[in-house]
Structures are given as C-alpha cells and as structure tokens.
Design a protein around this ligand. Structure first.
Ligand SMILES: *Cc1c(COP(=O)(O)O)cnc(C)c1O
Length: 397
C-alpha cells in the first residue's frame, strides 16, 4: 500500500485532502515525497503565519524540550508568566487563560460568559443566552456545532446544547433585536474565515461594541484565525478600533509548531474562574509557552503584521487585476484573501487541484471560494509566482 492508500485504510474519513504527501517545509514552501516544491497558500488555516519550521521557533522548541516540557498546572513553571505577560501587553487584555486548541479556548469563553452573566449581571439560573452569527466557525465540539448554521456540522450529533441565538452576520439591527436581559455575550469573528473570508460592512464591529456596552453584554471576538497579523493588524478588531471584552486566540499563537490557544478578557470576566472551575492538562505547558513566547517575539522582530498589510494589499491588487469570467469577487484584508468563483464556470476544488499541479497549494472553502492565506513571511516574488499560476489555471479552464 502506498501512503495515500494506507491513510485511506486506517484513518477516519473526516477530511478530503488534496492527493499530495508533504514531507518537508521551510518558510512559505513545502515539499512532497517526490521532491516537488509548492508555495503554501493555506498555512494550515493561518496556524503557520511564521512560515514552516522557522529557525528561531525550532531552536526555542528544541531548547525547551531538553529542559522541561509538561508538568500540568498543579505546579508553577518559569515559562508561562513571561508568555502571558507579553501577549496581555500586546493585546491590551489584562488576563489570559491558556488552553491548547481553538475550540477549547472558545469553550472557555462560553463558560466565562455564562458564569459572568449569573455571577455579575444577575441573569436567572440557566437562562443565559449567547448570540452568534450565521456562517460562523468556532470549532467542532458538540456545544460549538450546536450553534453552527452549517447543517452538516451538527447533523446526527444531537442532542445539541441550548442557550444560543443565531443572527445574520454584518447586521447591527439584528444584534439589537436579539439582545434581551438574559444576553450574556455576543460571540463574533471580525472577519469570517471558514465562511469564505467574509468581511462585514465598515464600522460593523464598532457599532456592535457600542450596542454591547449599552446593554451590558460582553463582546467576545474569536480571532483564532484573523488574529496575530493575518489581516494586516495585530487583531482584526483593530480595523474598527474595537477593544473586545473577551478575545480568543489560537492557530498562529503556536508558531506553527504546537497547538496553543488563549482566552483573554477583562478583569471582572476572568475573575469568575476560581480554582477547580475549569482547566486543561496541557494548557500553558512549558514547551507550548516557550514556543508561543518566541513566536510573539518573531512576530514583532520580523514586523510580520506590517508585512501582511503591505503584501496583502499588493496580492489583492494583483488578483483583482486578473480578467476572468469565472471570478465573481476577490476580497481580503492583509494576507487573508478569498476568491469567489462562479460555480457555473469553475469549481473551487478543480481550481485547487490544477493549482497543485502548478506548485501552489490552496484549499476550497464551500465549493466556490479559493483561499489565499500564505505564511506572512512570503515575498513579493513568491506572490507574483502564485498569481501567475492562478491566472494560467483560470485561462486553461
Ligand atoms: C480554526 C478555528 C477555530 C477552532 O480551532 P481548532 O484549533 O481547530 O479547534 C475556532 N475559531 C476560528 C475562527 C477558527 O478559524
């Protein structure tokens, strides 16, 4: 059996990967098992913003791995506090709770919001509501898929978790109409990634923040994918000048090396957690903390946020200049770009398979969107190569 057959035989079929076996990565490049090189336009859904196997992160990881890796939070370690100090200062959030995957940090945010509603806001027991948006993606746990608007994500996974209210994304009036005295929080992605890089109207988040403040509702931004420079600002909510009450980070936080996530929040929100309320065996472990701290230093030292802003604008302009009947829209912010295709003329999956043959890896989102979200270390020349490959693929169909 070759690798593809073996994986198909032993692995659960919960993904539909492109038929390529990757064996090596460096910066924006990955190589397959035949030695063929590709530009990575996926960067693991933004987890690899620093590029593959960044030398400083490999070094930080190796050094920490030789010293101390996992002890659980039954004890203090010398790596957690420096990491949290840096990320709290960067984001302006006073406190952070470390977890591993994005979904776990979202679950943490949901728990914090509910407990805050009962303990601080005075909502009656078990009545707290959390407002979310259609088209959201916040992870795959049962509670999180309970409020997904994607039928497949929850089909036959019931009974589902109650206490969530869905509204249209980008619609401030819908938020105002949905808020009641039982509303604990509004959980929102400043730009919807998995929905196909959907950017809400200008000022949307600022208006939501104002509404939340007026009604004593927590604004919680899920920046697992949009955060840490992806959109050309450290946080996507900064495009609207918004400081959320709660903030969820993951993906790029681990520098493309390890799963590291955080829920960050205002003092009075984080204060609802007492010892024993919530936890994680691996959350905040020394290995993860050392790597994440170095990842945040690299983000600053290499000015990756500014790079994303500059090169993202360049790439967007190049892609928008392509003349093709198959393109409905090219949209994006920073190096977070989605190309919406006309399903009558092109399938996103087919485009991705053809791009792969030309040495560019991407992945379709919802059949009609091709995503261009490379590591933030990508160069202008590498963007030119990607755009040229995309143009060739479009003219060939
Ligand atoms: C990927 C993602 C998550 C879930 O992260 P996992 O690490 O896959 O659990 C949550 N929210 C958003 C916005 C994401 O893009």
């Amino acid at each position: 059996m070759d690798t593809l057959e073996q994986e198909a035989h032993y692995c659960a079929h919960n993904y539909h990967p492109l038929p390529v076996v990757l064996v090596k990565g460096e910066g924006p490049y990955v190589w397959d098992d035949n030695g063929k090189r590709y530009l990575d336009m996926m960067s693991a859904y933004s987890a690899v913003s620093h590029g593959h196997c960044h030398p400083r992160l490999v070094k930080a990881m190796a050094q920490q791995a030789q010293r101390l890796t996992i002890v659980s939070r039954a004890f203090h370690t010398d790596t957690l506090a420096p990491f949290l100090k840096m990320i709290c200062e960067m984001t302006g959030q006073p406190r952070a709770l470390p977890m591993n995957t994005g979904a776990e940090a979202v679950e943490t945010a949901l728990k914090a919001a509910r407990k805050w509603a009962y303990a601080e806001k005075g909502v009656a027991a078990d009545k707290a509501e959390i407002i979310v948006c259609d088209g959201n993606f916040h992870g795959r746990t049962i509670s999180i898929v309970s409020f997904s608007s994607e039928a497949q994500y929850k089909y036959q996974f019931g009974p589902l978790t109650p206490g969530f209210k869905n509204i249209a994304y980008g619609d401030v009036d819908a938020l105002e109409a949905a808020i009641t005295e039982n509303t604990a929080a509004f959980l929102v992605e400043p730009i919807q990634g998995e929905a196909g890089i959907v950017i809400p109207p200008t000022g949307y988040l600022a208006q939501c923040a104002e509404l939340c403040k007026r009604h004593n509702v927590l604004l919680i931004c899920d920046e697992v994918q949009s955060g840490l420079g992806r959109t050309g600002k450290l946080l996507a909510c900064q495009h609207d000048g918004v400081q959320p009450d709660g903030l969820i980070l993951g993906k790029a936080l681990g520098g493309g090396m390890l799963p590291v996530s955080l829920f960050l929040a205002r003092e009075d929100v984080m204060a609802v957690f007492d010892p024993g309320d919530h936890g994680s065996t691996f959350g905040g472990n020394p290995l993860a903390s050392a790597v994440a701290l170095e990842a945040m230093k690299v983000l600053q030292d290499e000015k990756l946020v500014e790079r994303s802003e500059r090169l993202g604008a360049y790439m967007l302009q190049c892609l928008q200049a392509i003349q093709s009947d198959a393109i409905i829209e090219v949209r994006g912010r920073g190096l977070f770009i989605g190309i919406e295709l006309d399903p009558q003329r092109a399938s996103a999956r087919d485009i991705c398979e053809r791009l792969m043959l030309k040495g560019v890896l991407s992945k379709e989102t919802h059949e009609t969107v091709v995503r261009m979200a490379p590591p933030l270390v990508i160069t202008e020349e590498q963007i030119d190569e990607t755009v040229a490959a995309f143009e060739q693929v479009l003219s060939a169909i």
